[in-house]
Design a protein around this ligand. Structure first.
Ligand SMILES: NCCCC[C@H](N)C(=O)NCC(=O)O
Length: 452
């Protein structure tokens, strides 16, 4: 007798890779807006009279609601309770609303000159928009992670996560490379933000398409013999939080990402001030970083899927991070080509750690708690994404200003020492995670693809 094999839609390679393509495009649109203001820092200072502290406050707004109003944690609970379709669409709408407010604040329609809590009202309103957008894009991020686990568990999960991150980071590269030329062409700082707003609307339509695919997947799961998923309960949060492996991943995440994403917000300015790169071209060098990760993150993800060694990969990434920021801090070879080489190395580190870290979470946490676990990790990470840019902006204004006509505005040594320290702490945590894996047998050093 021929045994009937009950398949679900995720067993179709075309279906699962198409689903990935659609949600990855939505994330690309989100990442574009996230980093669009970074290359504009010198323009914001020259045209809108912002200083580094204003820029730091605005950039830190990304995490205001996620951190203080616990929006990310609510997002994770909603995700586990209501599912990916409802949560993903809600996240897209928040991104569009936030981007709209940010555009209004930077556009010519905004009345200049006011203050809110003693801070430039333009900075505060742009920050409000960015804070709402931050809730949307982070919730979209955890939703997409859960979507990938749903379609790819036991298959090419790390490769899929790597490809999703790679696509999303195309958005970061676009932001860093095309923003200044676009603002110059239209003679307007707000023109690139308007483009982001349009792209976010298209990204929302793409997610709507995904909801149709997701419905079909659920239907095929219902019709198969697959075990039904246990429903999420609030006590699951405490279970996740009682897990030491979870905390180590969360700590590694905040330390590692604090040395990368906030660094990117200042990297264009670093190129101008330390390496004397023309401000019009300065975004190209940091723009190479996400570009490098576009190729390498899926490559390392594929390696993890097939060969394992996840904990070791994270340690190597942390060591490279320390070397890179150390080299940026040293008064050595202040040449654009040297900065480019170091930036490419950072791209390798920035591919290694995420390609192993995100697919390791489902090895530590059961699937029904994954939304909450990713949300908690993103919440911890958001303390860094919020606090570090504000800290660096303040440090620049307070300790790094250089005087004199024709001189660069800032000495970046101290900010780069701060970023190096995050790398050192990340390495210590990565070593602890490897030890914990040995003790608890999470399987971080084992391949993800199960051989039948
Ligand atoms: N510039 C985008 C910030 C996204 C942060 C997000 N919480 C995250 O960590 N995503 C994974 C990644 O490596 O991009």
């Amino acid at each position: 007798m021929i045994e009937k094999i009950h398949q679900t839609l995720r067993d179709s390679a075309v279906a699962r890779w198409s689903a990935l393509g659609v949600v990855a495009f939505t994330m690309l649109c989100g990442y574009f807006l996230t980093d669009v203001m970074a290359p504009l820092k010198p323009m914001l200072e020259a045209q809108l009279l912002w200083d580094s502290t204003d820029y730091g406050i605005f950039t830190s707004a990304y995490g205001w609601f996620n951190v203080f109003l616990l929006m990310l944690i609510f997002g994770g609970i909603i995700l586990d309770k209501m599912g990916v379709r409802f949560t993903g669409l809600g996240a897209c709408f928040l991104m569009v609303i936030g981007a709209g407010i940010k555009y209004y604040a930077i556009s010519d329609f905004f009345p200049l000159g006011g203050q809110i809590f003693g801070i430039n009202s333009q900075v505060m309103i742009a920050g409000l928009g960015y804070a709402i957008f931050g809730v949307g894009v982070e919730t979209a991020g955890i939703t997409v992670s859960k979507i990938i686990v749903k379609w790819f568990k036991g298959k090419e999960m790390a490769l899929a996560m790597g490809l999703e991150m790679a696509t999303a980071r195309l958005g970061t590269s676009l932001a860093l490379i095309i923003t200044v030329p676009l603002a110059d062409t239209f003679q307007s700082v707000s023109a690139p933000i308007l483009l982001c707003l349009i792209m976010l609307c298209i990204g929302t339509i793409a997610f709507l398409v995904y909801t149709v695919m997701d419905r079909k997947l659920d239907k095929s799961i219902d019709e198969s013999d697959a075990e039904p998923e246990e429903p999420f309960k609030v006590k699951d949060i405490w279970e996740v939080m009682a897990n030491k492996g979870f905390w180590l991943v969360a700590l590694l995440c905040v330390l590692f990402y604090s040395a990368v994403f906030p660094f990117l917000k200042y990297a264009t300015d670093l190129m101008v001030n330390k390496y004397a790169v023309d401000p019009k071209l300065a975004g190209i060098i940091p723009g190479l970083l996400p570009f490098g990760t576009i190729i390498l993150t899926p490559l390392f993800g594929n390696l993890y899927d097939r060969k394992g060694k996840g904990a070791t990969i994270m340690m190597i990434g942390a060591i490279m991070l320390i070397c890179v920021h150390g080299l940026f801090a040293l008064p050595l070879l202040n040449e654009w080509w040297f900065a480019t080489l170091v930036m490419i190395t950072l791209g390798v580190a920035f591919s290694l750690v995420p390609s192993a870290m995100w697919p390791s979470v489902p090895k530590i946490i059961p699937e029904k708690q994954l939304g909450t676990a990713y949300a908690l990790i993103f919440w911890v990470q958001n303390w860094g994404l919020m606090g570090v840019p504000a800290l660096i902006g303040w440090v620049l204004d307070r300790y790094c200003k250089l005087g004199g006509e024709g001189q660069p505005a800032y000495d970046y040594t101290l900010p780069m020492i701060i970023f190096t320290s995050f790398g050192i702490l990340a390495l210590i945590v990565a070593i602890m995670l490897k030890r914990e894996d040995k003790k608890k047998g999470y399987g971080l050093e084992l391949p993800n693809i199960k051989k039948n």
